[in-house]
Ligand binder design. Structure first.
Ligand code: NAD
Ligand code: G6P
Ligand code: MN
Length: 432
């Protein structure tokens, strides 16, 4: 029987993961789910936790859902720990999104300086969580969902003994969207994903063994949707797509259409629509109003307004693949180990892996096209420096890290960004 600890249990996504455990009750004998939050998050945890308890009760499954601020007791003896916490909440995210715009730089939760800022706040907390896991649940798997997911997974991989797999809903989401375009079941679609978190390409796409890459790119050129709720669905240039010859992920717009995306973000702020964090604050208020209804016993439709759709499916199916030794393919964030030539062995990449009881085993991807490897290496170098800067609290490394980010125009701007980020996040950055 399994014990699960979910760190950041007050997240509005919690009904998703609970639904996932309910759906897979016949393959995963979960006995206890501990939803962990901090004092500040208790009011959310109580609302969403009560809904989780009603969901479990309605389904008639024998799972105890425990709400707690005692992280150590939740982690003790856990088989799986999942992380979905947000240090500083959406208010901090809104600042991450706004600071870069002052310098005409992209303001985004995970990509660019906003992602750096979120990482710096998250690193001290993830390190503490890992100390608890090392001590109290050394055999547990950590399924990290906390963003920037690849970078945070790399912190754990490099600086702790915890067994970790990082997870994002983008690859599963892309497969679903491609399946919809082709009007086939998702299981029929296979994609060789490669890259980093939120910087992942589908190199080739197959249905029933037939190469459909060109067909899908043509559809995308014709305006088919391939995006997430949190990313403006700006259309791809057909000539660009054809010459790329691979499927970009929705987040690639931030790199390939930077100017338009920044313009779009500035306009949203000027017109009072606010940054994505500010929009999400509104969605969250609505969601928690709905969650409060004692009649509600299932995940409400309105949760689809968040960008994290299919997250439970990704997380719980991954947990089941490990537990049941399924030897199934999943796209996860994992130690490179020589898979991507040209990147250090101990860095974390996002790639298709075979999942079994012993973890995630990357599928060999061969030599990458120069169309994509430069961008991967550039962003990975930024991530490596961010990991070290955040763990050590090193100003110089932080400056170098921002200065080489492909979306930061100069060292001068990097320094201004860094100063602003350090000042605005002072209470969350004990390491600096
Ligand atoms: P949220 O703001 O609702 O935060 C979730 C909970 O974390 C809150 O209840 C908060 O009180 C709690 N929290 C804050 N600090 C904590 C700490 N030190 N220990 C325990 N709990 C703490 O956030 P959200 O929008 O639900 O997102 C949660 C996280 O999941 C974010 O990091 C987000 O980026 C990430 N996420 C990742 C993906 C992905 O694809 N990997 C998808 C969606 C969300
Ligand atoms: C996508 C990404 C997540 C991200 C989310 C944001 O699903 O994969 O990593 O956290 O979108 O959604 P939100 O609703 O918070 O803007
Ligand atoms: Mn993601």
């Amino acid at each position: 029987e399994l014990k699960i600890a979910i760190i950041g249990g007050g997240s509005s996504y919690t009904p998703e993961i609970i639904e996932g455990f309910i759906k897979r009750r016949y393959e995963l004998p979960v006995k206890e789910i501990h939803l962990v939050d901090v004092e500040d998050g208790m009011y959310k945890l109580e609302i969403v936790g009560a809904l989780a308890q009603r969901m479990v009760e309605k389904a008639g499954v024998d799972i105890d859902v425990i709400l707690t601020t005692d992280r150590r007791s939740a982690i003790k003896g856990a088989d799986f720990v999942t992380t979905q916490f947000r240090v500083g909440g959406l208010a901090a995210r809104a600042r991450d999104e706004k600071i870069p715009l002052k310098y005409d730089v992209l303001g985004q939760e995970t990509t660019g300086p906003g992602g750096f800022s979120k990482a710096m706040r998250t690193i001290p907390v993830i390190m503490d969580i890992c100390k608890d896991i090392e001590e109290l649940a050394p055999n547990a798997w950590l399924i990290n969902f906390t963003n920037p997911a690849g970078l945070i997974t790399e912190v754990v991989e490099k600086h702790t003994k915890v067994k970790v797999i990082g997870l994002c809903n983008v690859p599963v989401g892309m497969v679903k969207m491609v399946a919809d375009m082709l009007e086939v079941d998702s299981e029929k679609v296979s994609v060789d994903f490669v890259g980093l978190n939120h910087l992942v390409w589908g190199q080739k796409l197959f249905v029933d063994g037939k190469d459909v890459t060109k067909w899908v790119l043509d559809k995308l050129s014709d305006g088919a949707a391939l995006s997430m709720k949190n990313i403006p669905d700006l259309k791809w240039d057909p000539v660009f797509l054809e010459s790329l010859g691979m499927l970009p992920c929705p987040y690639h717009r931030y790199f390939y259409m930077t100017d338009q995306m920044v313009k779009d973000q500035k306009k949203a702020v000027e017109e009072g629509r606010g940054t994505r964090a500010e929009q999400v604050q509104q969605v969250e208020r609505e969601l928690f109003q709905i969650y409060k209804n004692p009649e509600l016993q299932e995940k409400p439709k309105q949760l689809e307004k968040r960008g994290g759709a299919y997250y439970s499916e990704a997380a719980v199916s991954l947990i089941s693949a490990i537990y049941n030794d399924k030897k199934q393919l999943h796209v996860v964030n994992i130690r490179n180990n020589g898979t991507l030539i040209g990147l250090p062995q101990d860095t974390v990449i996002e790639v298709t892996c075979l999942i079994d009881k012993t973890g995630a085993h990357p599928i060999q991807v061969g030599t990458l096209s120069p169309k994509i490897y430069g961008l991967i290496q550039g962003v990975k170098a930024y991530e490596e420096l961010a990991v070290e800067a955040g763990v050590k609290g090193d100003y110089g490394l932080a400056l170098q890290c921002l200065a080489i980010h492909p979306l930061v125009p100069s060292a001068t701007v990097a320094k201004q960004l860094l100063e602003d980020i350090l000042v605005e996040n002072r209470e969350y950055l004990p390491q600096f």
